[in-house]
Design a binder for this molecule. Structure first.
Ligand code: SF4
Length: 362
């Protein structure tokens, strides 16, 4: 039986553990990638590589050291080096002397045979196609529940009376979701947790500014990569609107590949070509947030990420044309938390003053 590990991905990680376990594998669940993980990835990875490669490489080393013999990771298509990262990581790990199998899950619409082969390899329990489908649906329901609850958490954070109270209910709720036995139970649990979250005491007089977060998917979804930006912004009194959630992204980019026309259409006057990664979406989401009246936008990007560097060059024009403040953060292993917090606090402060001034003037 394979001993499998995979990249950590924020709140969704237990859903992937559940799925791989149901398929009959022994799973080494990756820990949230801390400084130590990133250092491992930075020491053994190419210096110019982006933070997702380094963090995942560090995670794989930790998993292999704990006895994993199989790594499951995602592939990629389009003009971005993400599609090559599986190969690069495999070669680095082999050069370090690790013996393992690597299964790269490619997007179904582009590489159906490759994906089916990977699923077959992982299906150690020999589940029937029907059972496989049911298992995948239950995992999807867990991921959906995570997104529903996170949306609620983002609204509550800047309004809660006691800092951290909504997050405590949220974390307890996630545990119940991952312990549910079927999709019906997941749905019921989600509603119950939502109701409990609504009972968290809030201050009705708070009037948080609204901040959109756009950028590359990994740094948006992995709190360890973005230094828990949403929690920090919530503490500073900002309501976060995140451009990417896993369910929405998967529906748009994997199930109906290339269908996120709204963001791409919105980006077209500034960037009308697919440049890989999430560069075009970053521009498009910024335009859409400006049109929705969001007070400001934060671009989060891995250092050396070419699609986000291109988007960064375009964003000042979007900011000028749509009169919306935009700030960019390029993250890597050198990013210090103190400076990061200071810039975020100053940005929220600027947005609050700007909004209040406009209200007075109108
Ligand atoms: S989108 Fe950017 S961060 Fe992601 S793999 Fe491509 S270059 Fe790296």
């Amino acid at each position: 039986m394979a001993v499998v590990t995979f990249p950590h991905l924020g709140v969704y990680t237990p859903a992937f553990t559940w799925l791989l376990t149901q398929l009959g594998n022994t799973v080494i669940t990756p820990q949230p990638p801390g400084k130590q993980t990133l250092t491992l990835g930075a020491v053994h990875g190419p210096e110019f590589a982006c933070i997702p490669l380094k963090m995942c490489l560090g995670t794989f080393i930790e998993g292999l050291d704990q006895g994993a013999d199989t790594i499951v990771t995602s592939g990629g298509v389009g003009p971005c080096r993400a599609g090559l990262y599986g190969t690069v990581q495999r070669e680095i790990l082999r050069s370090l002397g690790y013996k393992f199998d690597m299964i790269v899950l490619e997007p179904f619409r582009r590489h159906p045979v490759s994906l089916l082969r990977s699923v077959h390899k992982l299906n150690a329990a020999g589940l029937s196609p029907l059972r496989l489908l049911q298992t995948a649906r239950q995992c999807w329901a867990m991921i959906k529940a995570c997104d529903v609850l996170e949306h609620a958490l983002l609204k509550l954070r800047p309004r809660e009376v006691e800092v951290g109270s909504a997050e405590r209910v949220f974390q307890r709720g996630l545990k119940k979701i991952f312990a549910a036995h079927n999709t019906a139970e997941i749905d019921q649990t989600t509603q119950a947790v939502l109701a409990e979250m609504q009972r968290v005491p809030i201050d009705p007089n708070r009037d948080p500014v609204r901040v959109g977060i756009v950028g590359e998917i990994y740094v948006l979804l992995e709190p360890e990569a973005n230094l828990h930006i949403e929690r920090i912004l919530g503490e500073y009194g900002a309501e976060v609107h995140r451009a990417i959630f896993l369910t929405g992204w998967t529906e748009e980019n994997v199930i109906r590949e290339g269908d996120n026309e709204t963001a791409r259409q919105a980006a077209a006057p500034y960037l009308d070509e697919m440049i890989g990664g999430h560069g075009q979406d970053t521009v498009g989401h910024t335009v859409l947030y400006a049109k929705e009246g969001v007070d400001g936008v934060i671009q989060l990007a891995p250092f050396t990420c070419i699609p986000e560097i291109v988007a960064r060059a375009v964003l000042p024009s979007v900011s000028n044309d749509h009169d919306i403040p935009v700030i960019s953060f390029f993250l890597d292993e050198q990013t210090g938390e103190a400076g990061y917090r200071t810039r975020l606090e100053a940005f929220v402060d600027l947005l609050t003053r700007r909004r209040d001034k406009r209200r007075k003037a109108s």
